[in-house]
Design a protein around this ligand. Structure first.
Ligand code: GRF
Length: 208
């Protein structure tokens, strides 16, 4: 059984989707063993507590240097014995040391069809605002491996979601979560834990 560490910063609905999927037996060969938040106010911490999952906060602002912060995060991940790290709405950019230590073992969920509306500055509602400003008719969500480029790692799964005439960023965000994110992330985690994802030449190959 692989140990999964989930990193969060906010509401934690994607964490909840993982917890619910695990309860339904939909995460093959994986168990969420710890949740690490980037701030103490994250509601995701409450969700972890309610589910009986060990949770803690490693706050960037409580460390003077990024190096000290990164070492504390790495120590926390080491303590969890994490085999897989899932970024589920984690707003602190990971350092190079972490990315290297967990190469092809960190996955992230992003609320657009990468390579559209992604990279530096595209987070939260900003992603959906940009999609609506461009007037695209279809958006979606992407689960991908994390490398040193923001939202730049190998794509694992994508799901398209239609944009409707009178969408606001908030309405669109909710639809993308419901129709794509909450399904895609547990599916990708299960594929990873059951050893069905391989990375070759910067692309993933999924064996069903
Ligand atoms: C989601 O839209 C996710 O795709 C993005 O951040 C948001 C987190 O939402 N990376 P939640 O905290 O899981 O509710």
């Amino acid at each position: 059984m692989l140990k999964i560490a989930v990193l969060v910063s906010g509401g934690g609905t994607n964490l909840q989707a993982l917890i619910d999927a695990e309860r339904r037996g939909e995460i093959q060969n994986g168990k969420i063993t710890c949740v690490i938040a980037s701030n103490r106010e994250a509601f995701a911490l409450k969700r972890a507590e309610n589910a009986g999952i060990a949770a803690r906060c490693v706050c960037r602002r409580e460390f003077e240097s990024f190096e000290d912060y990164e070492n504390a995060l790495l120590a926390a991940l080491d303590e969890c014995g994490a085999d897989l790290i899932v970024l589920a709405g984690f707003l602190t950019v990971l350092g190079e040391k972490t990315v290297k230590a967990y190469e092809n073992r960190i996955i992230n969920i992003h609320p657009s069809l990468i390579p559209s509306f992604c990279g530096k500055g595209y987070y939260g509602l900003k992603v959906h605002e940009a999609a609506l400003a461009k007037g695209v008719k279809v958006t979606g969500a992407t689960v991908h491996f994390v490398n040193e480029i923001p939202d730049g790692g190998a794509i694992i799964l994508q799901q398209a979601v239609e944009i409707q005439q009178n969408d606001t960023p908030e309405i669109l965000q909710k639809r993308v979560m419901e129709q794509a994110e909450w399904k895609l992330l547990p599916k990708a985690v299960s594929l990873f834990c059951s050893g069905k994802i391989t990375v070759k030449d910067g692309k993933t190959v999924i064996s069903e």
